[in-house]
Write a protein that binds this ligand. Structure first.
Ligand code: PEP
Length: 263
């Protein structure tokens, strides 16, 4: 269902009315985690100023340590919905567990399957059944085929509103968090008809690389970019080191504005 075979055209999907696909370019930005109403609103305003048309933000956070901030859960979803009300930006947020799907689906415009859950087949089937767009991030060490098979689990339940997101894979290099795989963009476009976006924030794990990697993804033909932004990264509860400031997000916006010249 997700293979490029039998598809003459690549697919455009809509998230709360916002298109993601080959004929457009979509900037998604927002905080890594929803921390407070003020921090989420400020992040969304920075995102909007930079031209983002979708807001990201985690209410359920997959953390390596069980002692780290796990997200505000339902309260976080409510904050996202309030910020959508104020800014008009539809919301992308992660669902970690089948038991939370109804709550997340009630508030989100697109459900995100994170890298750690890419092969959580029960979760994939369950999000495939709720009729809302789904973003599937590439697993930490997933092959292209495995990634597409994850999407196939969602599609098989009748939901073809799927976006793939390259976010870097595990490597032996310690100075970056993950290795951004730029080949994933043209490869996914050859292997599948689904839109493919890139997340340079989670690939790099450090702010100074986010714009260069976004440039690489855009030059390779990505249908969109998703980045973390925070009004005060130095006090962020999650992944502050990779969060763009408003200023660096504006720099990315300038790159996006030159897009027609790059392609
Ligand atoms: C995220 O986007 O908030 C996230 C945790 O990403 P990943 O699953 O790629 O680590």
């Amino acid at each position: 269902l997700v293979s490029a075979d039998n598809h003459t055209k690549r697919t455009t999907i809509r998230v709360g009315g916002v298109p993601i696909g080959p004929d457009t370019f979509t900037l998604i930005a927002g905080p890594c985690a929803v921390e407070t109403p003020e921090q989420t609103l400020e992040s969304a305003q920075l995102a909007k100023r930079a031209g983002a048309t979708l807001l990201r933000g985690g209410a359920y956070k997959p953390r390596s340590s069980p002692y780290a901030f796990q997200g505000l859960a339902l309260d976080g979803l409510r904050i996202l919905a309030e910020v959508r009300e104020v800014t008009g930006l539809p919301v992308v947020t992660e669902v970690l567990d089948v038991k939370d799907i109804d709550d997340v689906a009630e508030y989100a415009d697109m459900l995100q399957i994170g890298t750690r859950n890419m092969q959580n087949f029960g979760l994939l089937q369950a999000v495939g059944s709720i009729g809302k767009p789904v973003m599937i991030k590439r697993g930490l060490s997933a092959t292209y085929e495995e990634w597409l098979m994850a999407a196939e689990y969602v599609a098989q339940r009748g939901n073809l509103d799927i976006v793939l997101c390259e976010r870097g894979i595990r490597s032996y290099e310690p100075s970056i968090r993950n290795m951004f795989d730029v080949s994933a963009v043209p490869m996914m476009q050859r292997m599948s008809h689904l839109p493919i976006i890139v997340d340079p924030s989670h690939a790099a794990g450090r702010r100074d690389l986010v714009v260069p990697l976004a440039r690489a993804g855009i030059a390779a033909g990505a249908d969109g970019v998703m980045v973390d932004v925070h009004p005060h990264p130095e006090v962020a509860l999650v992944d502050g080191a990779q969060a763009l400031t408003g200023e660096s997000l504006d720099e990315l916006a300038k790159v996006v504005a030159t897009l027609p010249a790059l392609l």
